[in-house]
Design a protein around this ligand. Structure first.
Ligand SMILES: [Zn+2]
Length: 299
């Protein structure tokens, strides 16, 4: 299968994994591109099975208890900070994979004119009902926006879910105005976490992540699409992803359920969060954090 990040080479078998998050049945194989180092699901899923990977209990679609609400609010503030760091004056923005629309709602309050795209129709409807947002059901490619209609396009944890990152990036270039910005966040396969946890690293998220690519590969893909990478920052405080990886490892390597539960509880407790803070700041500082945020501009 052809690499859909660089388009240059075929994939070689790299890893086999299962769905540790939502337990969709089956084994999924990842190949690795010999040219750019991107990992891709090979063979890719059919359109029907792709929708089955996103039941409505999928995390980003949930509005949960107070603890997860605090985490969600922190996550939204981090997204806002990233965008505000560009110092743009409000204009037209599009959030691809907007889920229930909470980020768009915040940006609208800051004066932006906002639109969303969401694959799952029930979730797109929830964004319309909750916030009165304009959300198109489907993919970016099927939405068919006009040329040069946006000043800013964002994708939070979404590019790794699309069938062809290089086609998605080209489509984004088409709908951005000259000088417009693209901000997106993806899992980092060069991270310390990916190396420590191997196939149990939560960043693989079988079978939902179709492409997981290193920074160099995405830099190349951006250039090929007519965008210029201005900066990429390794995100600090990526605790949730590591806590998940710890839980998967504990569940599978420790037979006794109570012990595995204890270890996963330790892995996600406020104490563990505090104790591991120096590790997360250091790994982020050296570009080794589990997530990378890219800031690119249309040339
Ligand atoms: Zn490639």
């Amino acid at each position: 299968m052809r690499c859909e990040v660089c388009g240059a080479a075929d994939l070689a078998p790299a890893m086999i994994g299962t769905d540790r998050l939502l337990h969709v049945a089956g084994e999924y194989s990842l190949g690795r591109c010999s040219a750019c180092g991107a990992f891709g699901q090979d063979p890719p899923p059919s359109d029907v099975s792709l929708l089955e990977y996103y039941p409505e209990e999928y995390g980003p679609y949930q509005h949960g208890g107070w603890l997860s609400e605090i985490a969600a609010a922190n996550g939204l503030r981090a997204r806002e900070r990233h965008v505000l760091s560009l110092g743009l004056k409000p204009g037209a923005m599009l959030d691809v994979g907007c889920a229930t629309g909470r980020f768009l709602d915040r940006m609208r309050r800051r004066g932006w004119s906002v639109t969303g795209v969401e694959l799952v129709s029930g979730i797109a409807q929830r964004a319309r009902d909750l916030f009165g947002l304009s959300v198109i059901t489907g993919t970016l490619e099927t939405a068919g926006f006009e040329d040069q209609s946006y000043d800013l396009v964002t994708l939070w944890d979404v590019l790794e879910h699309v069938r062809s990152p290089r086609c998605t990036l080209r489509e984004i270039t088409r709908i951005l105005r000259p000088g417009g910005w693209l901000v997106f966040r993806v899992p980092n396969p060069d991270s310390v976490g990916a190396r420590i946890f191997g196939e149990r690293w939560a960043g693989w998220d079988f079978p939902r992540h179709l492409w997981v690519a290193p920074k160099t590969a995405l830099d190349l893909a951006l250039t090929n699409a007519g965008l210029r990478l201005v900066r990429a920052s390794s995100t600090s405080g990526r605790f949730a992803l590591s806590a998940l990886s710890i839980r998967y490892t504990a569940q599978e390597m420790i037979g006794a359920k109570w012990l595995a539960n204890a270890v996963s509880w330790m892995g996600s407790s406020p104490f563990a969060r505090l104790a591991s803070a120096p590790y997360f700041s250091l790994s982020s500082m050296f570009g080794q954090g589990s997530l990378l945020t890219f800031f690119a501009q249309k040339v």
